[in-house]
Write a protein that binds this ligand. Structure first.
Ligand code: IPM
Ligand code: MG
Length: 389
């Protein structure tokens, strides 16, 4: 080496140490975390509602309206409460210079589950300070380790459920990378035993309960040998406890290709995969179903759960005045997952059937995102009119 890097290395090692300490502490917390909350044992389930940014408030209001309709008796009996959580807007987050302002976080901690509209994540060049993503922060703070994303296209034989690990991998310390020098940058990827076991357990238990006979483990363990290697090994071990389920192993590149292979893809049922691959491939998967606007997502932890669209806040739809045509289906699909998660399976099934009917079978109204299609409000009413309570 020609140059002296001692000071750069010293500074980088100090940051690296801080990152490692944080991750070891997080790991201890995961290991100490208790069983899943039992919603049936609660006097009241509190559903926090955050509208978010861009098209978020509109599509979240649509989902809330449908949920309030389905849970009207429970709300009247005081068993379920819908609670507005203010302040999860980009303006307020920017004003506090925090991904989630402390007072908003305090309110979120008082809920059991959260219905959340998309929130804007600032990018370079945006007028906002470079704060972290509110989604990612919420997933971390509430330890929502499983991102469950179903994708269904009945006429093409597609019925997939993705179990994306949600708090580790490349996201765990996504804003704690190190610029070692002006020329050399370094990021980190984290896999823990407990963190992998809990997502694998959830995926296999789901497969068993729902009689899905195939689980695919997706990594890039041939290259990312330590962290993806660990993820793969732990999932393989878990597979042995579920002998009735066929397990296949894939690398993310070829799996991305196989999802467009019409002959092979109908064979896939349940996927379990690290955070970043899950992020990428679920957008691809949603595209077959009609785009990210049609896909909902559950973020599940042991104490909390959060339900959201898989897409962003679509600010361009708002600036172009097209937000009245925003597709509420992502948030309505998220509502199906919410209902099922808190124990209202009958209501979840009723909403899912109405959505399948309106999106795939009847299609009297079509969402196109512009004035060639239905408005968000009209589609919401159409779905409600087709719910068999
Ligand atoms: C998702 C989104 C988020 C993610 C963004 C908005 C931070 O793409 O939920 O898939 O990367 O996880
Ligand atoms: Mg994504």
């Amino acid at each position: 080496m020609n140059r002296n890097y001692d000071e750069n290395i010293k500074a980088a090692v100090a940051k690296f140490e801080e990152m490692l300490r944080g991750q070891l502490e997080r790991n201890e917390k995961i290991c100490a975390s208790k069983d899943f909350i039992d919603y049936a044992a609660l006097d009241k389930i509190i559903i926090g509602v955050c509208g978010g940014d861009g098209i978020g408030p509109r599509i979240t209001a649509s989902a809330r309206r449908v949920l309030e309709y389905l849970l009207a008796d429970e709300v009247a009996a005081g068993k379920v409460e819908f609670r507005d959580i203010e302040g999860l807007t980009i303006e307020n987050r920017a004003a506090h210079n925090q991904a989630i302002p402390d007072d908003v976080m305090e309110e979120l901690y008082k809920c059991h589950v959260i219905l959340k509209g998309p929130t804007t994540t600032p990018r370079a060049g945006d007028p906002w300070p470079n704060i972290e993503s509110a989604n990612v922060m919420m997933r971390k703070k509430l330890d929502l380790f499983a991102n469950v994303r179903p994708v269904k296209v009945p006429e093409k034989g597609i019925d997939w459920t993705f179990f994306r690990e949600n708090t580790e991998g490349s996201y765990a310390v996504g804003s704690q990378g190190i610029n070692v020098t002006d020329e050399v940058a370094c990021d980190f990827c984290i896999t823990t035993t407990e963190g992998t076991e809990r997502i694998a357990r959830l995926a296999y238990e789901y497969a068993r309960k729902n009689k899905k006979d195939h689980v695919s483990i997706v990594t890039k363990a041939n290259i990312i040998k330590t962290t993806d290697g660990k993820f793969l090994r732990i999932c393989e071990e878990m597979a042995k406890e579920y002998p009735e389920i066929r397990t296949t192993e894939w690398f993310i590149d070829i799996m991305t290709a196989k999802l467009v292979d019409e002959k092979r893809r109908t064979d896939f049922k349940v996927f379990v995969l690290p955070n970043l691959y899950g992020d990428i491939i679920t957008d691809e998967a949603a595209e077959f179903q009609g785009g990210v606007g049609t896909a909902g997502s559950a973020n599940i932890g042991k104490r909390y759960a959060m339900f959201e669209a898989i897409h962003g806040s679509a600010p361009r739809m708002v600036t172009e005045g097209r937000d009245i045509y925003a597709d509420p289906c992502s948030m309505l699909r998220a509502s199906v997952l919410l209902l099922s998660h808190i124990g209202y399976q009958r209501e979840a099934d009723a909403l899912e059937a109405a959505l399948d009917f309106c999106m795939f079978e009847d299609a009297a109204l079509k969402m196109t995102g512009r004035d060639t299609g239905a408005t968000c409000d009209a589609f919401t009413e159409y779905v409600m009119a087709n719910i068999k309570k």
